[in-house]
Design a protein around this ligand. Structure first.
Ligand SMILES: [Zn+2]
Length: 271
């Protein structure tokens, strides 16, 4: 079976080596994982998730009486934090997720990216464009995501203007002109059915709490009481881990309709 996330990670290493604008990226601090998304459904192909956003300022939710507008109750004070992800003793700063099988079935046709490439560009270039696009979101100042971000640390489709897309297309073109080993991106030539037929299955690294993955969470904090007269609703404790390690990684096989866990022990470390 083809380990799709591993192939992407190897390709990313070569891209960062050959692309001056991405050469600052330390890929030991970047983890590639798979999410499920059908090809015939709308949605993202990939997302860059930042784990280095600072803890938020303390805040709380409150409820008002509809008629009088008076505060009736509030939540405990809380802060919003990123979970910690550690793999091989390295703190992961960015997660990049690829949505399978949807990503594999992406082509330049009917894509707004097609305007940025010559008419005879191969359709799979759309996938290389997405890989470089997500890497380009990694902020050289390590302050989050390049350009605007959502409060949860993911990138929003509105977070980049036309220039961002043009710069990505420039990097795609110069990467290919640098004469990389075509073996490294050959897997992008195939759509999901093609890969499944050729390799007898597509597997990817996921997190053990699949379909969940490390995401921002709220944690209650002690603060001096400010509204002693109103009722305080306790915060629910986080339902997902606040620390992830390599033991939380798990290989899953993806099909066009679903995904299932692979039980082979240590599978995520196998080449
Ligand atoms: Zn983006």
């Amino acid at each position: 079976m083809i380990n799709y996330t591993e192939r992407i990670a190897l390709l990313m290493e070569d891209i960062c080596r050959r692309t001056p604008r991405l050469s600052f990226i330390d890929l030991r601090e970047v983890l590639v994982f798979g999410r499920f998304g059908r090809s015939d459904a709308e949605g993202a192909f990939a997302t860059c998730h930042c784990l280095t956003l600072p803890e938020s300022e303390p805040g709380y939710y409150f409820w008002r009486d509809r008629d009088t507008g008076e505060l009736t109750r509030r939540s405990e004070w809380f802060v919003t934090k990123s979970p910690e992800v550690r793999v091989a003793n390295t703190r992961i700063k960015y997660l990049i997720s690829f949505v399978l099988p949807r990503f594999c079935d992406q082509t330049l046709e009917r894509s707004r990216k097609s305007d940025l490439y010559p008419a005879d560009a191969p359709p799979w270039l759309a996938k290389l464009d997405t890989v470089i696009h997500e890497l380009y979101h990694i902020d050289p100042d390590a302050a989050g995501i390049r350009k605007l971000i959502r409060a949860d640390g993911t990138d929003s489709p509105r977070s980049h203007g036309p220039l961002f897309y043009e710069e990505v297309a420039e990097m795609v073109t110069s990467y290919l002109q640098s004469r990389p080993d075509p073996e490294l991106f050959e897997f992008l030539n195939h759509d999901f059915d093609g890969l499944t037929a050729r390799y007898d299955g597509v597997v990817a690294t996921t997190f053990r709490n699949f379909p969940s993955f490390p995401q921002r969470y709220m944690q209650a904090v002690e603060m001096p009481p400010s509204e002693p007269a109103i009722r305080i609703e306790p915060m629910k404790p986080p339902t997902q881990p606040v620390l992830y390690t390599e033991d939380d990684l798990q290989m899953r096989q993806f099909t066009d309709q679903t995904s299932r866990r692979l039980t082979r022990k240590g599978a995520h470390r196998a080449a």
